[in-house]
Design a protein around this ligand. Structure first.
Ligand SMILES: [Mn+2]
Length: 361
């Protein structure tokens, strides 16, 4: 899936980070991270990387696939217990300080490491590899753009399907079917369709509730394409909404457009979040926008950087992030509008193309 130049850049960058940490070996266990570093997209593998060598340990089912996808790695079919094979390589490579993904390894696995791999010093790598994934290369941007395009097309399609009497689950099924027909392997997360009073629940996944005239319908969904995610949200109305819902819509739209324009290279996530938050709170909806403005999107649907009140990291070119303000009022309803964008100097590239003006069906 990835070209060799990009894979080799990633491996080189990782090795230079290993040097900084003064570790001479690293076990990579998190699926998105071994995919990113090796190119192998199967669901069972560990990487063992040293200054000079790179091993991919997997089982019989994935030998052929990993050989094709991970050209920079030596493929090893591991013993029934993978830890035994890791131990053998650690010994033969003379590794002394061994990095591992402490945020991904369970307590039980860690105990296995320390029980079975003797004579090494273990060193937690924190979110080191996740952090390498924050800035996307041109190939990743191409794939994410396609994932966004598929979701946009599904949204266009679903507008022709929505009518009173069908259920939220019907709407979700239409979105997901269309995305799959357009080349997605599936949805990038469980599709959210929250209508009427349910729309005040920011993450109301689709239910058997039927759509009724006057309902706000919030659809938050995305495509999984070549293992990368897209993420978008639109709220549309089935017939004339109540006045307050119309007002809420225009406040959220203003917050979305203004903060999206403000997502400039060099600003922190919290500075961009504040642009939207000030608009929403200033219009009397303090406390009704209880989540962050956005998040990174890539191999995972939610990844760094965070655009939220605590988001201290500065935006850099080629980060792919969402901008998704919302207002939720229990007993009335909610509105959220979300795009996926690429940070580019002073004005981001907005990948999501679906219209954001009020849609009344
Ligand atoms: Mn999102």
């Amino acid at each position: 899936m990835f070209n060799v130049k990009n894979l080799s850049n990633r491996l080189n960058t990782f090795r230079s980070k290993m040097k900084d940490l003064k570790i001479d070996g690293a076990i990579v266990t998190k699926i998105e991270n071994y995919m990113y570093l090796s190119g192998f997209t199967g669901t069972s593998a560990n990487l063992l990387i040293t200054g000079k060598k790179a091993y991919l340990l997997t089982d019989f089912r994935y030998i052929e696939q990993s050989s094709k996808q991970a050209p920079l790695f030596e493929i090893v079919q591991h013993k029934p217990d993978i830890i035994d094979t890791i131990n053998e390589i650690v010994k033969s490579e003379g590794i002394i300080k061994l990095g591992f993904e402490e945020l991904n390894v369970s307590f039980a696995q860690y105990r296995q490491y320390t029980d079975k791999i003797n004579g090494v010093e273990f060193h937690g790598m924190g979110s080191l590899i996740d952090d390498l994934r924050i800035i996307k290369d041109e190939q990743e941007i191409e794939i994410i753009s396609k994932a966004v395009e598929i979701a946009d097309a599904a949204f266009t399609h679903v507008l022709s399907v929505i009518r009173p009497g069908i259920t939220e689950l019907d709407v979700a099924a239409e979105l997901e079917y269309k995305m799959k027909k357009l080349g997605a392997s599936g949805a990038s997360f469980e599709t959210i369709v929250a209508s009427g009073l349910r729309s005040s629940m920011p993450h109301g996944t689709a239910s058997g509730k039927r759509l009724e005239p006057g309902d706000a319908i919030t659809m938050d969904f995305g495509a999984m394409y070549n293992h990368y995610c897209s993420d978008m949200t639109r709220t549309v109305f089935l017939g004339q909404p109540e006045k307050e819902m119309k007002d809420i819509y225009s406040i959220v739209l203003n917050a979305q457009l203004t903060s999206e324009k403000g997502a400039k290279r060099g600003r922190t996530g919290s500075e961009v979040d504040k642009i939207a938050r000030d608009i929403i709170y200033g219009n009397g909806y303090e406390g009704k926008f209880g989540h962050g403005l956005g998040h990174g999107v890539g191999l995972e649907i939610h990844e760094s950087p965070r655009l939220s009140t605590g988001g201290g990291r500065r935006l850099e070119n080629n980060m792919t992030v969402t901008i998704e303000p919302g207002i939720y009022v229990e007993g009335l309803g909610g509105v959220r509008i979300e795009d996926t964008i690429i940070i580019k100097d002073d004005s981001p590239v907005v990948l999501t193309k679906s219209p954001k003006e009020l849609i009344i069906l």
